[in-house]
Design a protein around this ligand. Structure first.
Ligand code: PHE
Ligand code: ZN
Length: 873
């Protein structure tokens, strides 16, 4: 049997739309299984298009009823129609209106794309190509229209009726029905359309913009969850203020609404004036959400809000330009969180995420450029590369041209392209003009995939007082890109002596800390170097690259102590640990370097100065970090064993220090999700996790005590995870108690599922299978699936990669079971196989066989077929 043939879409084939749709009037009559949609479009030929002939509208699974041209019912020979499209054979030369009636069954929509039901509400999801599942349309982001939406429903079933823009009319009708009309004056692409109807509770607030306009803010949630919205509302107001201050962007409508739903494929969606959220990123109380959950709520609320300018007011010309809105908006939300919290801590967390998600993608078969040039299924391109690396590229741009030119470029972008659908080239042109620089070479960051490697070598000339630094760039081949051109890298660096940064010169001038590497190789000679320096390279992680530089333990200790750059102080701790871990992978009997233990003791002793930062330095590189460093023929079990040995050694040698830290980092007073308290908890819980790796009764007692008396989910979860990992009766007891305590709280039960799915034990696979029968679990709900199955395959390296291949088989069966219902969810799970080629031969063979088995199945969704085929290519 052969794999399904996919028809790729290419950037090179882009053509402007042959028709424009100026206005859309949607008339939606909601019924659970028989919803009726009449869509009335005013259309005209696009003066910029050479296209002639028929008008072709996209459709996906639609049931056609009737069509009218300028108010007159169309004879059936005037058009052709199928579930996948509508074609009007001879469209009038002059502007015309086309009305089309379709029917759909929201309760049968399990893909969660288009119009569907989540719990008792109706809601929509249209990005990327979901609008065509509601009505026939030119469903592409460069067709911008003004929408008016009339929704009609049973009042009892759906007292709340929402759509984009402002509500202009509402009233009651016969038979217990009612209606509302919404009008959005801002032209937008169809992917930003949204509608919600249901029996929802609402929390209201307001925000006064800097120009003095009052904006009404509303958050809609299930009844009984009103008290869980306060933090999201607060984050929204802070985001609105921040965007005015940092980017000069003011909100533009009179109302901004957020709806939380429990069935959602992604994190959230930036529909104009009506954001729809996965409830996981709205609902948060100290008793139900951890510090990381609070931070994620804040970041995602900000992200979706920031899309109002970067995405909605200025949108993408086509889906190849996805990073135009996503990379830029992630950059903006990162900056927001940095300003609200600790900038170095945020940077370290972002880089950790980038390395674990994006580097592994970029180094495997699914690698693609930040702006892809070909895709089989656009839903598979909402990736770490587009989002996270896309944000890094914007950050590099700012570093290279400087803060002022960057701000001027952003202003120019907003001013020049407001109301347009544009490209990455349009975006970069604004910065090229603002900085008067040629950004041609920089553009390669959008076109070339793969993680570049920077190799650095340095030499101190004591007599001359100089330091020679050579930087080389190595660009390995990636799928479809065998040869690459040299790229442009902003490299922040300094030379560090025993007491800190040395005041060195470059080209006879005081060195400002930044070089731009544009060549394959370049040498720099620094002057005024009076003592043996340690190079501190790639400060702040100034470019998304893999840095290779030979620094010995002494040099790393110098950076750890004396580097002025917090990111590189953290990096030094990680590099040191990684050195030890790599040795332990090769030989588990390698003794642990006492200087490392002393350094960790030093970190703990100074922990109170910046607890969050200390917690990050204390955490050892993850199993995937170690695997990535090893590169190929990875044995996940050997990696796990090495990490466990180092953890156990630290736990035993530093037990007293760790227990003292736990004591000292107790947080007094009522819970606050703010960075200061969260930082203390993260150090406390990091110390708890580490000390329990020693397995002593004292350590486990500390965890049990914390589990019993915790008054917030952060401490409770940390204790639960630690106890569960101990694989003792106390662990089982804690799991049991926790399950009972939160029986009615699906988002909390998700955490409980995740903790168990992560356990690095032989028995975990059976446990996961068993948990699938828990009444709280459902294969239909993406959050439940991701919590149990997603965690198992992405956060449990040893058990997903079992030597007998049972982990792969299990996950494959689940993917195949989910695929017919929710292809997006199935395809995302399949991405867990993205690093299969780097495994040792036995596992590699088993993983490949499983992938091949999936790829061969008949009737796969395009989403799953695409990932399976690319993974094997
Ligand atoms: N555009 C959303 C965001 O990043 C993500 C998303 C994509 C949501 C596709 C749903 C579907 O904010
Ligand atoms: Zn986004």
């Amino acid at each position: 049997m052969t794999a399904a043939a996919l028809e790729p879409v290419r950037l090179a084939d882009y053509r402007v739309p042959a028709f424009l749709i100026d206005t859309v009037h949607l008339d939606i009559r909601l019924e659970r299984t028989q919803t009726r949609i009449v869509s009335t479009l005013t259309l005209r030929r696009n003066p910029h298009s050479a296209g002639q002939g028929a008008l072709k509208l996209d459709g996906d699974g639609l049931v056609f009823v009737e069509a009218w041209l300028d108010g007159v019912s169309l004879p059936s020979d005037a058009y052709s129609v199928s579930p996948h499209g509508f074609s009007l054979h001879q469209p009038p030369a002059e502007p015309f209106t086309l009305a089309i009636e379709t029917r759909l069954d929201p309760s049968a929509n399990t893909q969660l794309m288009g119009l569907y039901r989540s719990n008792s509400a109706y809601c929509t999801q249209c990005e990327a190509e979901g609008f065509r599942r509601i009505t026939y349309f030119l469903d592409r982001p460069d067709v911008l229209s003004v929408y008016t939406t009339r929704i009609e429903a049973s009042f009892q079933e759906a007292p709340v009726l929402l759509a984009n823009g402002n509500r202009t009319e509402h009233g009651s009708l016969a038979d217990g029905r009612h209606y509302a009309v919404w009008h959005d004056p801002f032209p937008k692409p169809s992917y930003l359309f949204a509608m919600v109807a249901g029996d929802l509770a609402m929390v209201a607030d307001s925000f006064t913009t800097r120009s003095g306009r009052e904006v009404r803010l509303e958050i809609y949630v299930e009844h009984g969850k009103e008290d869980r919205c306060a933090y999201a509302m607060d984050a929204l107001k802070r985001s609105m203020r921040w965007d005015e201050q940092a980017f000069g962007r003011e909100y533009d409508l009179d109302i901004f609404m957020i709806v939380a739903v429990s069935d959602f494929n992604m994190g959230a969606m930036e529909n104009k004036g009506l954001n729809i959220f996965n409830d996981k990123y709205v609902l948060a109380l100290p008793q139900t959400a951890t510090d990381s959950d609070f931070a994620a709520v804040e970041a995602i609320i900000a992200h979706e809000y920031f899309h109002n300018w970067t995405g909605n007011r200025i949108t993408c010309r086509d889906w190849f330009q996805l990073c135009l809105k996503e990379g830029l908006t992630v950059f903006r939300d990162q900056e927001f969180s940095s300003d609200q919290r600790s900038r170095p801590v945020k940077r370290i967390n972002d880089v950790k995420l980038l390395r674990s998600q994006q580097f592994s993608e970029d180094g495997g078969p699914l690698a693609h450029p930040v702006r892809p040039e070909i895709y089989n299924e656009i839903n598979n391109f909402y990736t770490a590369t587009v989002y996270e690396k896309g944000a890094e590229v914007v950050r590099m741009l700012k570093t290279l041209i400087g803060d002022e030119a960057f701000a001027a470029g952003m202003d120019l972008y907003f001013q020049r392209h407001d109301g347009e659908a544009v490209t990455i080239e349009d975006f970069l042109t604004c910065f090229a003009e603002a900085s008067r620089r040629d950004l041609g070479q920089f553009m390669l960051w959008y076109r070339q995939s793969g993680t570049p490697e920077i190799r650095a070598e340095g030499q101190w000339d004591e007599e001359a007082g100089t330091y020679h630094l050579s930087l080389k760039q190595i660009l390995a081949p990636t799928p479809g890109q065998p040869n690459k051109q040299p790229m442009l890298f902003p490299i922040r660096l300094g030379l560090v002596g025993e007491d800190g940064d040395l005041p060195v010169t470059l080209d006879g001038k005081p060195f400002d800390g930044l070089v731009a590497l544009a060549e394959s190789e370049r040498n720099y000679v620094f002057g005024n170097v009076r003592q043996a320096p340690v190079p501190s390279l790639l400060r702040g992680f100034s470019a998304p690259v893999k840095l290779t530089v030979a620094l010995d333990e002494e040099a790393l200790l110098t950076l750890l102590k004396a580097d002025s750059d917090p990111f590189n102080r953290w990096q030094a701790s990680q590099s040191y640990a990684l050195k030890l871990l790599l040795r332990l992978v090769k030989d588990p009997t390698t003794p642990v370097d006492p200087r490392f233990i002393a350094a960790v003791r030093g970190l703990l002793a100074g922990g109170a100065v910046d607890p969050a930062f200390t917690a990050l330095s204390l955490a050892l590189p993850s199993e995937t970090d170690i695997a990535r460093e090893i590169g190929n023929d990875v044995d996940p079990q050997a990696v796990y064993r090495a990490r466990s040995i180092l953890r156990r050694t630290l736990a035993r040698d530093l037990q007293a220090d760790l227990l003292r830290t736990i004591e000292n980092m107790t947080v007094a007073g009522p819970y606050s999700p703010q960075a200061a308290d969260a930082g203390r908890r993260s150090l406390r819980n990091g110390a708890l996790d580490l000390v329990c790796a020693g397995g002593t009764p004292q350590a486990l007692d500390a965890a049990a005590a914390q589990f019993d008396k915790a008054d917030n989910m952060t401490d409770e979860m940390a204790a639960l995870a630690t106890l569960a990992l101990s694989a003792t009766p106390a662990g089982e007891r804690a799991l049991h108690n926790f399950r009972e305590r939160y029986d009615n709280d699906p988002l909390v039960i998700d955490k409980w599922m995740g903790v168990q799915a992560m356990l690095p034990l032989e028995a975990t696979l059976d446990r996961v299978k068993e948990l699938m029968h828990d009444p709280a679990f459902s294969l239909h709900n993406p959050n439940r699936v991701r919590a149990l199955i997603g965690t198992f395959c992405s956060a449990n390296q040893t058990q997903f990669n079992r030597a007998d291949g049972e982990g792969y088989r299990f996950v494959a069966d689940i993917i195949l079971a989910i695929d017919p219902k929710n292809p997006q969810l199935a395809a995302r799970l399949l991405v867990a196989f993205k690093t299969w080629r780097s495994l040792e031969q036995g596992r590699r063979t088993l993983a490949a066989a499983t992938l091949r088995d999936i790829a061969r199945r008949p009737g796969l969704s395009r989403d799953v077929a695409d990932i399976a085929q690319r993974s094997l290519a």
